[in-house]
Design a protein around this ligand. Sequence first.
Ligand code: ZN
Length: 436
Amino acid sequence: MGMSIRLHNTLMGKLEPFVPLRPARVGIYVCGPTVYNHAHIGHARSAVFFDVMARYFKFRGFSTTYVRNFTDIDDKIIERSRSLGLSPGELAEKYIISYREDMKLLGVLPPDFEPRVTEYFDTIRSMLAELIKGGYAYISDGNIWYRVRTQADYGCLVGSPLGENVTAGFRIPIQKYKENNRDFVIWKRTDDDTPAWESPWGRGRPGWHIQCVAMSHSLLGSMFDIHGGGQDLIFPHHENERVISKSLSGLDLAKYWLHHGLVTINGRKLSKSSGPPARIRDICLRYHPEAIRLFLLSTHYRRPIDVTERRLSEAASALDRFYGFFQRLEGRVDLKNLGSGNMDSYPGQFVQEIDNDFNIPGSLAILFTSLRRFNSLMDRNGGYEGLTDVDKEGIRNLFSICRNLLGILADSPDQYLRKRNGYSKSNDFPRVDLEK
Ligand SMILES: [Zn+2]
C-alpha cells in the first residue's frame, strides 16, 4: 500500500498524484441533474461513478464531503411545468423524488449534501453584487453579464487559453447589449409571470454557471479538491464556473477537475435520442439494477459508453457469476459483520488499479480472477471448509469490496434468482441457473 491515488486532471491535461488541500480530507462537488423529467442512463453513469469514487475515498481513510446539487429552476423546468399544469416548484419536487428513487434502485448512496439552487438565492445575490463592484460583471438591458476579458486564462479547462482575439476572425456581430461575444449571462431579467426573485437589479433569475459556484462555495469553501461532471460540461459550464469563482476568491474553484465520458444508446447521442427509452426505471424493468451498475463501471470513466442490449446482457452474465459464487458460500461466511473490510488485506493489485485514475474495469478483472481462484480452490478442497484461514479472509474481503465499494451483492442469492427469473420471463433471457 502507501501508493497514492492518481487522477486525470482536465485542468492540467494529465495524470497527477492526488494531494488533498487539507490532509486526509477531500471535498467533491458534482454537477447534478436539472429536474424536469425522469433520470436517464447518462445521469446514472455520473451518479454511479462518483458514488464509487466517494466510497473509495472513505475507504482509503479520507474524511469525505460529497456534494451533488439539483438545478430546480430553469427554462426547461418552467416550460415543462406549464405543459403539465404544475408550478415549477411542484414539477421540480416531483422529479427530485423520482431521481432519488432511481438512485436508491441503483444502490447509489445519497451524497452528504444535495443543495437546491432555489435555497441559495441570497448567496447568489451577494456574489452578483461583488462581481459588479469588482468590475467582473456589468449590467446591460436589465441582464448581468460576466466580463470574460477580466480573466487572461479563460479557456484553461479546454486545453489552451482562448485569447482575447479568438472571435476576431469570426463574422459574428457582437450581440446587442454585450461588450464581447464571449461574455455570458449570470442574471437574466424576467418580465413575464415566470418565477423570479427581486434584486437590486430588478426581477430575474440567476444564470446556470453562478448557481454551482454559490452552492459549492457555501458547502465546500471557495476552493475544494475535486469538481466532477460529464465531458459535455467542460465548456462552457465548468470554465465559466471557474472564472466566476476566480473573480470572487482569486483561486481556482477546484484543484482537480474530473470528467467522465458521454453515453450513447446504440450509437445515438442521448440529447438527440429518438431511439429506445433510456430512463433508468425502464432499464431496471429488464435488468437487475446491479447489472446496470456493473455495466456502467465496466468501462473506464473517461471513455465513452454505448448502451446496447448485448453489453447489458454481458453485464447481467457477469453479475450471475458473482451471485453464483455468493450462492456457493451462503450460510458459511458471516456477511453481517463485514465492516468496511481491512484495506491492507485487499489484493494489492486491486487497490493499485483503482488508485490509477479509478481504473475500475482493471479492478473488476482482478476480482474475476479471484472468483475463479476461490472457486477452483473450493472444488479441489471439498468446499469452503477446506480453505485456509487466509483464503477465508480473502473471501470476506471480496464480499466487502463488492458490497461496500462497488455496491453489488446486496440481495441474497434467493432474492436475486427470483428477480432474475422475472426479468428472464419478460425478455427471453436464457433461463438462469446459478448452480455450477
Ligand atoms: Zn455545475
